[in-house]
Design a protein around this ligand. Sequence first.
Ligand code: NAD
Ligand code: DAU
Length: 339
Amino acid sequence: MNIIVTGGAGFIGSNFIFHLLRKYPDYRIICLDKLTYAGNLSTLKSVMNNAHFRFVKADICDRKAVETLFEEEKPDIVVNFAAESHVDRSIETPEIFLQTNIIGTAVLMDTCRKYGIQRYHQVSTDEVYGDLPLDRPDLFFTETTPLHTSSPYSSSKAGADLLVLAYYRTYGLPVTISRCSNNYGPYHFPEKLIPLMIANALNDKPLPVYGEGINVRDWLYVEDHCKAIDLIIHNGKVGEIYNVGGHNEMRNIDIVKLICRKLGKSESLITFVKDRKGHDMRYAIDPTKIHQELGWLPETKFEDGIQKTIRWYLENRKWWEDIISGEYRNYYEKMYSNR
Ligand code: NAD
Ligand code: DAU
């Protein structure tokens, strides 16, 4: 089996590559990644010399480069993780989100049609459903919840999902889509809540909580997401959408306080800052379909996952210190000073 994993130098894509190489030693895995600010070759260091792995630096919007790769590798499956993924950046600069997340998806699927493919899998997000009110804990996102996006990021992901379903219906392209809740774990870029709070706490820097910190996210350990995608590409039904989430809802402020406790840092580092524009209140996935049809269940409890994650950031300081000492500093200044 030849599998192209796009965006494999990022957080979830890299964890997915490690998962595939561990579980299917006979597969050939090709990572296609543009290496944007969020892509990091040092993340893939441990697999670069693996004979079953190849890294190719390219943009998913670059039709010629994508076609050349398909000619060379004749992939059986494409799993598309490549995306601009940060909501705050999408509020500052929407255009690149439309370019990569929508046009890039179209280029990949056109190429799949041209060369033939067993499966095109689109890694989507629960953010396409918009948000749920805090006072209705009985409500959850199912696969039939209407799309109702809030940010340029989520709108671009929803646009891509609609295009994927259109390619299935119009051209019969064998597609599947997964819509997962918030992931956490190793190699998570330090602009996102959990790694940002760990890095800042370790450096005794303020912990910037948006608004009152009462927004709720449904956290899933990244390996559980990878296992769900593995099941979907092997056993999932073509044309179907699968929601992925582990019923682990937590308020932002409680996560930040937990990180302070685990690192022995004072909660006085917590600073409430101006809220995110259009900030979604609550995400909550109903994973009944993937459980009943594919037997998926999350395996890592949050208490264990957050412990493992914090340990990883303590043991891999160089990985995130290199990031926060580079170009990221300008981003941080722009987004957080005078907020
Ligand atoms: P990330 O930002 O950590 O990584 C994105 C990767 O895509 C980077 O390696 C980057 O270099 C690459 N990339 C960006 N633009 C590209 C382009 N034009 N061509 C080729 N490569 C490009 O993102 P992530 O958090 O790992 O998310 C991966 C996917 O999962 C995204 O599609 C995201 O929407 C989705 N998702 C993320 C979460 C989450 O909690 N992080 C949850 C659900 C779904
Ligand atoms: O739900 C899945 C989505 O989860 C993915 O599709 C996105 O790619 C991923 O980035 C993530 O989006 P969020 O916006 O939920 O994640 P983020 O880590 O940016 O923020 C989580 C919550 O924490 C959110 O309510 C905003 C808040 N927050 C975030 C940052 C960066 C803060 O309070 N302070 C911060 O500094």
